[in-house]
Design a protein around this ligand. Structure first.
Ligand code: JBK
Length: 239
């Protein structure tokens, strides 16, 4: 999997050389390329923004540098196998399902906006050429798309076959298919008693059936308490 990041702050992506992601890069599972959008400007100030047409506060990212960067990084021919991700507060919700879909593609280009956002024609042009995902991590305001791109990267790359040492651990995580989309149950390890707090007895019983039921019940309880939106009527009936 090749990952490209277009940003006026490419240094944000130095962190991808650390930890498991760094190991994945070493193992050839992912190839990471960060690009400075200003490399595709031609004026002394390396300008990437301008005032919004129609007025309004702030600045908008000009389309020209994006277009020239696309030409050089991706190419000038349409290719739906290239997935272009625009992290944006006005995007569709980024979910584990979207992460799973992206984990099987060969190439992802992350376009990280700053200021008030990117000239919409950049997104329209990208849609005419590649497969585009405008995605949001949540209803809050960030200063740009870089942190969101890093979060999306982690969610996607950890699902790439061969990345996780023990793929089984993926099956029991929150939002995974193995959990029916429920929240993960509470986790415990040794010591059995810690500051007057004990591990639930059932988990020390060695009774696998009782343990599995306790975990399922806890997942259902937590999901109903914290994320009623995840328990649709069908899922509720099953639970
Ligand atoms: N929320 C937000 C933002 O304010 C700017 C860029 C990306 C996102 N997001 O993905 O959620």
């Amino acid at each position: 999997m090749r990952l490209d990041y277009l940003s006026i702050f490419p240094g944000y992506f130095d962190v991808l050389g650390i930890s498991l992601l760094g190991k994945a890069a070493v193992n050839g599972l992912v190839d990471v390329y960060a690009h400075d959008l200003r490399d595709w400007t031609h004026d002394r100030h390396r300008t990437v923004d301008d005032t919004p047409c129609g007025g309004g506060a702030g600045m908008v990212m000009k389309p020209d540098p994006w277009g020239e960067a696309f030409d050089e990084i991706i190419g000038t021919e349409p290719d739906p196998s290239v997935h272009v991700v625009f992290p944006s507060p006005s995007g569709e919700p980024f979910t584990q399902s979207v992460a799973h879909d992206l984990s099987s593609v060969e190439r992802i280009v992350f376009c990280c906006g700053r200021y008030e956002g990117i000239d919409h024609r950049v997104i329209d042009y990208a849609r005419s050429m590649w497969t585009v995902h405008e995605v949001s991590l949540g209803d809050y305001v960030l200063n740009g798309g870089e942190v969101a791109a890093l979060a999306i990267t982690e969610a996607v790359v950890r699902l790439v076959p061969g990345f996780m040492g023990n793929p089984q651990s993926l099956a029991e995580e929150s939002f995974s298919a193995g959990q029916d989309g429920l929240l993960e149950y509470p986790l415990f390890t040794r010591p059995v008693s810690w500051r007057g707090l004990d591990v639930p007895e059932v988990l020390m019983s060695g009774h696998h059936g009782r343990i599995a039921k306790w975990r399922r019940d806890e997942s259902i309880r937590l999901t109903r308490e914290r994320r009623p939106d995840l328990t649709d009527s069908d899922v509720s009936a099953r639970h």
